[in-house]
Design a protein around this ligand. Structure first.
Ligand code: PEP
Length: 265
């Protein structure tokens, strides 16, 4: 299923800062981003930044004080509300800081910290229950792609990570297709390959949750998105945004990605 981008799906450009920027650097980065973007730059696009936990309060304060139209995001959370989970952060704590989006199941969480689809499923549920929007990451390794198993991997992740989630919730959430071999490597999927997988994800949503969810769910592409490749990726009908790692650390680069429209042929 391939659909035209519609106003129902406002593109979302998200900056995942990963474990970068202390809270002083985070304040500078959000201030520089606010300066680099004009009010009209937000007319057709939503923007989120996902600093480390220790920066959230500082970035929230700048966003509120300066009325910056950028949504605050987190990179992870636990699924419980409170309790004896040393080192973890709950969805309720994030919601209290005006966090709107939470990245869930990033491949670095899955590969380096052993997150399973079942854990990701619990996180999706708890983020939704706390009134925030999950950005669910899915994607295949290079070996899986070369073995022709990319779609099967992504289908399995969607099925398991969204088990029991209702159609209206799926409609409101974000799925990020992030081929693991393209994350932080400088390698980008071709826009045709990214479009093909995003359309496939939409077809999975259609089959399981119906046309309302498939039409509304936003599907981002992530994997070495830069100012130079964002315009072409974003021109594809089923790519509704970008999850940006490295290039989001530099405010001017991220602002150019947000403004991808200005650079489209
Ligand atoms: C990411 O962190 O999700 C990501 C896609 O990183 P990068 O843009 O650096 O590849």
């Amino acid at each position: 299923m391939s659909t035209q981008k519609s106003e129902r799906r406002r593109p979302l450009i998200s900056g995942n800062w990963k474990m970068n920027h202390n809270h002083f650097e985070a304040i500078q980065t959000i201030q520089k981003l606010a300066y680099a973007l004009n009010p009209e730059d937000y007319d057709h696009v939503d923007v989120s930044v996902h600093p480390p936990f220790t920066d959230l309060r500082s970035v929230q304060t700048v966003i509120q004080a300066d009325d910056v139209p950028v949504a605050l995001g987190a990179q992870n959370c636990h699924w419980e509300t409170s309790g004896a989970f040393t080192g973890e952060i709950s969805p309720a704590m994030l919601a209290k800081l005006d966090v709107s989006y939470v990245i869930v199941g990033h491949s670095e969480r899955r590969e380096l910290f052993g997150e399973t689809d079942e854990m990701v499923n619990r996180k999706v549920d708890s983020v939704l229950a706390a009134g925030m929007t999950p950005i669910l990451c899915v994607g295949e390794t290079l070996d899986e792609r070369q073995a022709g198993r990319a779609e099967a991997k992504v289908a399995g992740q969607i099925e398991a990570s969204l088990a029991g989630v209702k159609a209206e919730m799926v409609a409101a959430m974000v799925i990020a297709y992030e081929p693991i071999w393209a994350i932080g490597t400088g390698e980008t999927a071709t826009s045709a390959d990214a479009q093909q997988m995003c359309a496939y994800i939409r077809s999975l949503v259609l089959a399981k949750w119906g046309s309302g969810a498939a039409e509304s769910v936003r599907i981002q592409y992530g994997g070495s998105v830069k100012p130079s490749n964002a315009p072409e990726l974003m021109s594809r009908p089923d790519i509704d945004g970008a999850l940006v790692g490295g290039a989001s650390l530099v405010a001017d680069d991220f602002a150019r990605i947000v403004n991808y429209r200005l650079y489209q042929a």
